[in-house]
Ligand binder design. Structure first.
Ligand SMILES: NC(=O)c1ccc[n+]([C@@H]2O[C@H](COP(=O)([O-])OP(=O)(O)OC[C@H]3O[C@@H](n4cnc5c(N)ncnc54)[C@H](O)[C@@H]3O)[C@@H](O)[C@H]2O)c1
Length: 404
């Protein structure tokens, strides 16, 4: 029997190939990205594709390669994949939404201390040959108040580490989040800005957050306070930040994300924040660590292997979510158009072919339904043909034994 095949592009951490190999896949790893034609050619006979941000999985790729069952985005974003076309073709897509959050938190902690001690300016001066030993404007972070805007995966982890450093933590979130440790919730952003000596943004990228932080918010911040943004570039008005740094109202800032980021390595970078005192600029590297890459490889390959082994779609970004524990000897998963009566027809077909339904789970998401059914004996070719022939069937996947 032919082995199932997986293709991993864009230099994905080797742990992914190891995990897919253990799940029974013959895995080929390629360093670079592929363009559409090369990708279509390379996907011949491939069931599972792994990519990072550069490879585009278009509707055309999906149309030309119907054997493709799942795509792993070994990164956070999934804009490079036509998710709607993938769902329509019954191709499950997984990504790694949490794997780099700790890396962002550690960088934020480092920058909070570096800004409070004005280490950037000390470093620049010494590199320029000037010995400037002074305690002026240099502070410990212990006992100071940190205001976290956006208390999600990153903001809440930062809260715990900041408290371990002895900081007092305030947070503001649109949702009613559980306050960790001694952190205190602020009902409004204004309430947080009035008290915090360091303000750090960790909101998500929803459209409503464009321009969330501008001249008004910087003016409301306490005099000589510090500001960090490691969330999204479009959230902050950089002209307003520049003015408040130059006026001395804001004592320092760390910015990792920009409204217009260069596309390619080595492309020129322009920003009104360049050259300002006590301002740290980094090229969107908050989540970029070897550890995060390794965890992304482990996490996404694990999701792909679980899907291939049992039909579990937990954390899929485009299919209905069904969480299954353990695999069954005789199981089929039917991705179908979400219209009334499909489940009844499926169960009737199972009965007509002399099998009993041992267990069944159904989830729906928009136009799609996903039903995973465990049956009492091996699946016969006749039953599978009848299920495939249902007009609502998008994709049928089987697990376990087959009766000949
Ligand atoms: N710099 C990097 O390299 C890097 C790496 C990973 C993530 N990020 C970015 O960090 C941000 C946070 O990531 P996460 O995983 O914690 O996201 P998350 O979705 O877990 O948390 C975001 C939180 O912000 C809250 N929120 C949204 N808008 C808000 C507003 N206007 N006011 C107050 N709260 C608001 C949400 O309710 C949510 O709790 C995202 O924008 C993400 O893209 C950056």
């Amino acid at each position: 029997m032919d082995r199932r095949r997986a293709l991993l592009l864009e230099n994905i951490d080797p742990v992914a190939a190891e995990l897919l190999g253990s799940a029974g896949y013959e895995t080929e790893s390629v360093r670079g990205a592929l363009d559409e034609d090369d990708l279509i050619a390379a996907l011949d006979g491939v069931e599972v594709l792994g990519i990072r941000s550069k490879t585009q999985v278009t509707a055309e790729v999906l149309r030309r390669r119907p054997d493709l069952a799942a795509v792993g985005a070994f990164c956070i974003g999934t804009n490079q994949i036509d998710l709607r076309a993938a769902a329509g073709a019954g191709v499950a897509v997984f990504n790694a939404p949490y794997s780099n959050t700790r890396s962002v938190v550690e960088m934020a902690i480092a920058e909070i201390i570096i800004l409070a001690r004005r280490l950037v300016d000390r470093d620049r001066a010494l590199h320029a040959g000037s010995w400037d030993k002074s305690a002026a404007g240099s502070h410990e972070v212990r006992g100071r108040t940190l205001g976290i805007v956006g208390y999600g995966n990153i903001g809440s982890q930062l809260s715990v580490l900041a408290e371990a450093l002895g900081m007092r933590v305030l947070f503001h979130d649109l949702e009613d989040k559980l306050a960790l440790g001694n952190a205190q919730r602020c009902d409004t952003l204004e309430e947080l800005l009035e008290q915090a000596e360091t303000v750090t943004l960790h909101v998500d990228g929803r459209a409503g957050n464009a321009g969330l932080f501008g001249a008004e918010q910087f003016s409301r911040m306490r005099r000589r306070s510090l500001f960090l943004n490691l969330s999204r570039g479009f959230v902050v008005d950089h002209e307003a930040l520049r003015e408040h740094i130059l006026s001395g109202h804001i004592a320092g800032a760390a910015v990792d994300v920009f409204p217009d980021e260069p596309r390619e390595q080595g492309d020129p970078f322009t920003s009104v924040l360049r050259g300002l005192p006590n301002v740290i600029l980094t090229p969107h590297v908050g989540g970029s660590t070897q550890e995060a890459q390794h965890d992304i490889g482990r996490f996404v390959a694990g999701k792909l292997a679980d899907y291939a082994g049992s039909g579990t779609t937990t954390l899929s970004v485009n299919l209905p979510t069904v969480a299954l524990h353990g695999s069954s000897a005789d199981r089929f998963a039917l991705l179908h158009r979400n219209v009334p009566g499909v489940l009844a027809r499926v169960d009737a077909l199972v009965g007509e072919h002399g099998l009993n339904v041992d267990g069944q789970v159904l989830a729906t998401r928009g136009e799609l339904g996903y039903a995973v059914t465990d049956v009492s004996a091996a699946l016969s070719p006749d039953l599978l043909a009848a299920l495939r022939a249902l007009p609502e069937t998008v994709r049928l996947t089987t697990f376990g034994r087959r009766a000949d």
